[in-house]
Design a binder for this molecule. Sequence first.
Ligand code: 13P
Length: 251
Amino acid sequence: MGQFLLIANWKMYKSLSQAQAFCRDFILLSRGIKKTKVVICPPFTALSTVNASLQNTGIKLGAQDLFWMEKGAYTGEISPVQLVDTGCSYVIVGHSERRQIIGETDKIINNKLKAAQKSGLIPVLCVGETLEERQNNKAEEIVRGQLLSALEGVSVTESNVVIAYEPIWAIGTGINASYQDALEMAGLIRQTLGKISNNKIAERIPLLYGGSVKTENFAAFLQGGLDGALVGGASLEADSFFNIVRLCENA
Ligand code: 13P
């Protein structure tokens, strides 16, 4: 498994029984997949349950967030060590909903990313511009800045980070970026990563697109330059998520 990477971000959805039902259905559908590595990121409350369901399937578990300390008096927070203990191998860092709604800063995101790597989790770093920034021709500057600050002091390799380009105006709106827009940003992201590490590594770091991905629009994104997708709404039903897996398998 592994030519494509598809990550399901369930956000704040699903009860335990709904999470179990998804896993049961999705595991049946996805038996025998070869080209696609799948990661499921349930809410914290369902991590254990989903972890149990995914045993021996090859499907990986991820969390949607983490705290940057390993343990201590941090009421309500979840540490990277606890996520590893619960079976996670990936964690989403810097999602725009956390940046915008919770107020996460670049510095917090940098701390979280380092803490994830230190515990052996692969951070899925989300970057992306608002509609206003895009309209003012600031998209590249914003994304470059987000990358540089999140990765400050980090030694990146092809296996210790995943980058997801998620333009904020495309998230949950039904308006996806065009393949061309995503490809242009992928070029900028790889160029920036190349400066932090080197071009050979930058070429191999998995780069995902996220924002209103669904079966109807995702085939266009599989023409090269991107390694998969971070999927929100369309990852909530086993059928619709599997249809995206199938597109990758057939690409
Ligand atoms: P949607 O696929 O629902 O637009 O969400 C994208 C996203 O935010 C994934 O992290």
